[in-house]
Design a protein around this ligand. Structure first.
Ligand code: ZN
Length: 203
């Protein structure tokens, strides 16, 4: 299983990090060892002093595909969930400044807490899916998939030009504005359409 993460897919988030709005999707990967499930805690790593949350809708790939056409892309996922793309922003900024890859800032153990996945048919409109993150009970991110620069089908078509998608692969589809730091003792609660999917502590 591999985890593909889309960067800068919401205009307001690209702006808040002073990144240009992309003309085509960009992606990076996290390994399977980044996953945290079942609301288990995230342990703050000792190599960073600035871990950021990024709340993202996650697609689960349900069939093998390469060079998937956009018009068929919806057939390649039938479940969605929500996840946190934890980012060591201090390390990422250093990597970016030096023109180095970001892996140490994105791929570390525990950097991908994930909810359960549910059938996409549970949701009326995947192109206007509301999701949010509460930090200690206060909403800090609130987004809708209608504000994505590249929708799910475009992302699947794009990624599969380069990387064969396999059953069980996950795609983090980008974060809306409002990213910020977590601290030890924080509680993170991620919701889709107002329903809690993910609820865990930073330890
Ligand atoms: Zn992200």
């Amino acid at each position: 299983m591999k985890i593909i993460c889309i960067g800068r897919n919401y205009i307001e988030h690209a702006k808040e990090l002073s990144n240009p709005v992309p003309k085509e999707p960009m992606f990076f990967m996290k390994p399977e060892t980044a996953v945290i499930r079942n609301n288990k805690p995230f342990f703050y790593p000792d190599f960073s002093k600035n871990i950021h949350y990024e709340t993202e809708i996650v697609l689960k790939i349900n069939r093998l595909g390469k060079n998937i056409e956009e018009r068929f892309a919806h057939r390649y996922y039938d479940e969605i969930g929500i996840g946190i793309d934890f980012t060591a922003r201090d390390l990422q900024d250093k990597c970016k400044a030096a023109g180095k890859p970001w892996e140490i800032a994105k791929a570390f153990d525990g950097a991908a807490p994930l909810s359960e996945f549910v059938a996409k048919s549970n949701f009326k409109n995947l192109n206007d899916l509301n999701f949010s993150l509460d930090l200690n009970g206060k909403t800090v991110q609130n987004g809708s998939t209608k504000d994505m620069i590249f929708n799910f089908d475009v992302l699947i078509a794009y990624v599969s030009r380069f990387v064969t998608l396999k059953i069980g692969d996950l795609i983090f589809t980008g974060t809306p504005a409002g990213v910020g730091q977590v601290q030890i003792g924080d509680r993170l609660t991620a919701k889709i359409e107002g329903e809690t999917f993910l609820d865990f502590m930073v330890k």
